[in-house]
Design a protein around this ligand. Structure first.
Ligand code: ADP
Ligand code: MG
Length: 341
């Protein structure tokens, strides 16, 4: 284990914008997919990243792995600059990070057997040579709960859950220190989801893996993650330890997401009025707090000025001004919805 004093991953003020060609009279516009995001992940830690579809989770995950160009801000891996960094530092990031995707079929090559795909990674990254390769392939398949004989099969011959395990085995072949798992259980049946979550928890324990776990399903995040970051329109609006985010959310958006988890009490009717409408387009982000048009607690001032920055209370950060006035201003809703006292 490295004895470095740096966090494994440090993201500071990261923004990613995509230019889009505008219609008549609009000229060049940008989709601000990620906006001024700062976060850290320590070795062995699992950070959940949640938010509705389009909130910028995948773009942030890809920018962290240097698969997307940042328009501003920095990403550091083990203290070394990745954004605009040296080729050797980017190569080192590639050797130590991997991504797991939602659709396991699309990340596996249909013309390769599972074993060939893993062997290729081992060879390219110099992790095993010659006769050691098939042995290591067998070990990796066993590690993810597959039979070593699955090495001879093609992805089409496996179930969705088996494919996801094979995808994880391929990601683990490089012996990564950080995995970005992007909606990696979203396409699977609930029972298979649970198996994959257990597998990730087990691997984290055994290998000291850090995981950025991207999901829109908070129930899954609650089981797996040490901390949670909530994204809305490209910004982190709340971040903190998992129990704090679930039990004492301070941003009305988080409260609404948490209240919408059916697993907490399947008999409780969903609070229909905690979240108005759909998120606005990231092409035209509202002035003031970007969440204010959907916020049931919004004050007139919330619609003006710059987006509120993150306020910190110990290890809990939230971007909402309501708590400047009274610490209880949004809690009645959260308590009623969550604890049904
Ligand atoms: N390559 C791209 N070009 C233009 N817009 C993009 C691109 N990738 C993502 N976006 C836009 O950026 C926003 C965030 O997308 P994404 O990161 O995929 O969100 P999420 O993963 O939370 O669903 C969306 O509005 C999406 O349409
Ligand atoms: Mg996504």
């Amino acid at each position: 284990m490295a004895t470095s004093t740096y966090p494994l991953l440090e993201v500071e003020n990261l923004s990613v914008a995509f230019p889009v060609s505008g219609g008549f009279g609009f000229g060049r516009r940008s989709v601000h997919a990620v906006n001024d995001v700062s976060l850290r992940i320590q070795a062995g830690e699992t950070l959940g990243l949640v938010g509705e579809s389009g909130s910028g989770k995948s773009t942030l995950g890809r920018a962290i792995l240097h698969l997307e160009r940042a328009t501003a801000g920095t990403v550091r891996f083990e203290g070394r600059l990745i954004t605009g960094g040296l080729p050797s530092d980017i190569a080192s990031l590639r050797e130590q990070t991997a991504m797991i995707f939602q659709d396991p079929f699309s990340s596996l090559n249909p013309r390769q057997t599972i074993g060939e795909g893993i062997a290729e990674v081992l060879r390219v990254h110099g992790k095993a040579q010659g006769a050691a390769i098939p042995a290591r392939v067998g070990e990796l398949l066993t590690l993810v709960g597959l039979d070593p004989e699955h090495a001879t099969r093609r992805p089409q011959a496996l179930s969705g859950g088996q494919c996801q395990r094979a995808g994880i085995a391929r990601a683990l072949a490089i012996e990564p220190r950080l995995i970005v798992a992007d909606e990696c259980v979203a396409a699977l049946d609930v029972s298979i989801q649970a198996q994959i979550i257990n597998l990730l928890m087990d691997l984290r324990e055994r290998m000291g893996l850090a995981i950025l776990f991207i999901a829109h399903d908070l129930a899954v995040v609650r089981r797996l993650c040490d901390r949670v970051a909530v994204m809305y329109l490209g910004r982190i609006v709340e971040m903190g330890p998992t129990h704090t985010i679930f039990d004492q959310p301070l941003h009305p958006y988080t409260s609404a997401l948490v209240a919408a988890i059916p697993e907490i009490d399947p008999d409780r009717p969903l609070p229909a009025d905690l979240l108005r409408g759909e998120p606005p387009s990231p092409l035209s982000i509202p002035a003031g707090c970007p969440f204010h048009p959907r916020c049931i607690h919004a004050l007139p001032a919330c619609g003006h000025g710059p987006a509120p920055g993150l306020r910190h209370r110990a290890d809990h950060a939230f971007a909402c001004v309501l708590h400047d006035r009274s610490s209880d201003s949004i809690h009645p809703v959260t308590k009623g919805a969550l604890q049904h006292e």
